[in-house]
Design a binder for this molecule. Structure first.
Ligand SMILES: NC(=O)C1=CN([C@@H]2O[C@H](COP(=O)(O)OP(=O)(O)OC[C@H]3O[C@@H](n4cnc5c(N)ncnc54)[C@H](OP(=O)(O)O)[C@@H]3O)[C@@H](O)[C@H]2O)C=CC1
Ligand SMILES: CC1=C(/C=C/C(C)=C/C=C/C(C)=C/C=O)C(C)(C)CCC1
Length: 336
């Protein structure tokens, strides 16, 4: 008995040491543009949805470091201002570009209210953008909600489809004119590998007949990819590109709706700490698509770990993409 206990303790200790070594001694994140500050994105204005947390926050931090002017489109202004304050402090401490009248916007961070679960909010946000912003070089559709209980948006859409797809669909469409007049410009869409388990059921897009939270998340992420491919087709010849990515499995707040019993939570935390990407690691493909000259002119493609990847046929079905576009236009009330 004593031998078994000692063996179990030694195994646990060995496991913990191995995990710690993996985290601390493993390769640190390979930053795309080096660890030094640069003016790579100087003069560019970037809008990131959901930039107060996780991948969006890490993407904002890196693009600021590269000299961009970043607009954070967030639903909770208090959380957003808190994140913005931290980002500004981090940038200052690291000696990044100091925003001011002569900086040309470099390192400037702007917070704006945007609730993607409300078409009214999306419209008001875009109106403000069009009034105040003379240019928009990069739009990053990053915000997302994962496996929430059945809920509806202000306009009666199932929440995951409403926020992850429809809110961003309206946002992008209302900002297209500004993106076109700022060309060359880019749109980056954050999807997920879990798209593989989704289907577009046109008969019940709001999941009123049956709701499966995993399936609905996957469906919304498949919609992100179909939207990207249809938009790329529509944007041919405009010098506005649109690409979609999966970030890998990343330790963020996305799992907030997953219920884990209190007693096993520390174990889940340990596992996610050891095996998930950090937000900075997960954000690399978003940063790459937003800023790298390597993808200039590339459009309609799917990326992971900063490389193009193949899609399943269901994500490349042009007739489904067109039908989804048409129905989404009706759902969000875009008048032609
Ligand atoms: N983490 C992962 O492993 C993976 C993430 N992804 C995708 O990455 C993206 C970013 O998620 P991640 O950083 O992980 O998760 P987080 O939960 O950390 O960030 C999500 C962001 O989206 C915002 N958001 C949620 N609902 C709305 C809304 N109605 N209006 C405006 N903003 C909203 C959140 O705001 P608030 O803080 O106020 O809630 C938050 O800022 C998502 O699209 C997700 O699907 C894809 C694959 C894997
Ligand atoms: C980080 C973390 C959690 C897990 C989150 C997960 C598992 C998120 C998965 C997201 C994926 C795979 C999204 C794909 O699009 C827990 C266990 C909730 C609590 C401990 C901290």
């Amino acid at each position: 008995m004593a031998v078994a206990t000692v063996a179990a303790l030694l195994a646990a200790l060995g496991g913990a040491l191995w995990l710690a070594a993996r985290r601390f001694l493993g390769p640190s994140v390979q930053r795309l543009h080096g660890s030094e500050h640069s003016s790579f994105m100087h003069g560019k204005t970037v809008l990131i949805t959901g930039a107060n947390s996780g991948l969006g926050r890490a993407t904002a931090a890196e693009l600021l470091r590269l000299g961009a002017r970043v607009i954070m489109g967030c639903r909770d202004l208090e959380r957003a201002e808190e994140a913005a304050g931290q980002l500004r402090r981090e940038l200052r401490q690291a000696g990044g570009p100091e925003p001011g009248p002569s900086s040309g916007g470099a390192g400037e961070l702007v917070v704006k209210h945007l609730d993607l679960a409300s078409l009214r909010s999306v419209r008001a946000f875009c109106q403000e953008m069009l009034q105040e912003e003379p240019q928009l070089d990069v739009l990053i559709n990053n915000a997302g909600i994962f496996q929430c209980p059945y809920m509806k948006t202000e306009d009666g859409f199932e929440m995951q489809f409403g926020v992850n797809h429809l809110g961003h669909f309206l946002l992008t469409n209302l900002l297209l004119g500004l993106l076109k007049s700022s060309a060359p410009s880019r749109i980056v869409v954050v999807s997920s590998k879990l798209y593989k388990y989704g289907d577009i059921n046109f008969e019940d897009l709001n999941s009123e007949q049956s709701y499966n939270k995993s399936f609905c998340y996957s469906r919304s992420k498949l919609a992100n990819i179909l939207f990207t491919r249809e938009l790329a087709r529509r944007l041919e010849g405009t010098n506005v590109t649109v690409n979609v990515l999966h970030p890998g499995i990343v330790r963020t707040n996305l799992g907030r709706h997953i219920h884990i019993p209190l007693l096993v939570k520390p174990l889940f935390n340990l596992v996610s700490w050891a095996f998930f990407k950090t937000p900075l690691e997960g954000a690399q493909t978003s940063i790459y698509l937003a800023s790298s000259p390597e993808v200039e002119g590339v459009s309609g493609k799917y990326f992971g770990d900063c490389k193009e990847e193949e899609l399943l046929p269901k994500a490349m079905d042009e007739s489904v993409a067109r039908k989804l576009w048409d129905i989404s236009e009706v759902m969000v009330g875009i008048l032609k």
